[in-house]
Design a protein around this ligand. Structure first.
Ligand code: ZN
Length: 215
């Protein structure tokens, strides 16, 4: 049983990798995107407050995010490995994440960082399609949908996001790389950093990941 924090820029395939661990290695995929949507639908009061931020694409305040996340993790199987995806987005969230793990009797085994070049980010994202309803993501080359143009999960017509254009991709990657430095440094100092090259295929990344995690 492991506890791992996954991080990587948009297009690094981190969600796909964690989903593979869910399918094959008894992992739970714990992220804030699904948390905000589900808790909001369930009428959770704090999630309704958070909605005022994320519905406008704004950053939800750290304390609010973690107050919800502390309750959200209670829904997951404590006997399984927990894979947190991008739940530490700025330095201020590191102590909040430390507390969350402590409260749940878990210790972080690894901080897995998927590293991606600009060229690769562009190749990945310009071929990406998303479902505007359930937010499932597809890729024309790596993960095509079963019925062309429609979501496998809910049947909604797939779209290309506006910010999956090359200039937007480069800008976002630069911002990401800048913001992630203090986070990477913190986990590096703690001896938990595991850097994975996100350029190869899904299968190659997956086998490197399971090998380095000792699964
Ligand atoms: Zn869908």
């Amino acid at each position: 049983m492991q506890t791992i924090l996954f991080h990587g820029p948009s297009g690094s395939g981190k969600d796909t990798q964690v989903d593979l661990l869910v399918q094959k290695y008894e992992f739970e995929n714990i992220g804030t995107g699904e948390m905000f949507r589900r808790m909001y639908k369930e009428g959770d009061i704090e999630a309704i407050r958070a909605y005022q931020y994320w519905s406008k694409g704004q950053f939800v305040p750290n304390e609010l995010t973690y107050s919800i996340l502390n309750r959200w993790v209670q829904k997951f199987d404590t006997e399984k490995s927990w894979g947190f995806v991008s739940v530490v987005r700025d330095e201020g969230q590191i102590p909040l994440f430390d507390d969350l793990l402590k409260n749940n009797g878990r210790e972080l085994d690894f901080f897995v960082h998927f590293v991606l070049s600009e060229e690769m980010a562009i190749e990945r994202m310009s071929l990406r399609r998303v479902c505007s309803y359930c937010e499932a993501t597809y890729h024309q080359k790596y993960k095509p949908e079963k019925v062309s143009g429609y979501c496998d999960r809910c049947g909604t017509k797939l779209i290309q996001r506006e910010d999956d254009q090359p200039d937007k991709i480069i800008m976002r990657l630069k911002e990401y790389n800048k913001s992630v430095i203090p986070i990477v440094n913190t986990y590096k100092e703690r001896g938990l950093l595991l850097e994975i090259d996100a350029s190869p295929s899904i299968e190659v990344i997956h086998s490197e990941l399971i090998q380095r995690l000792g699964l």
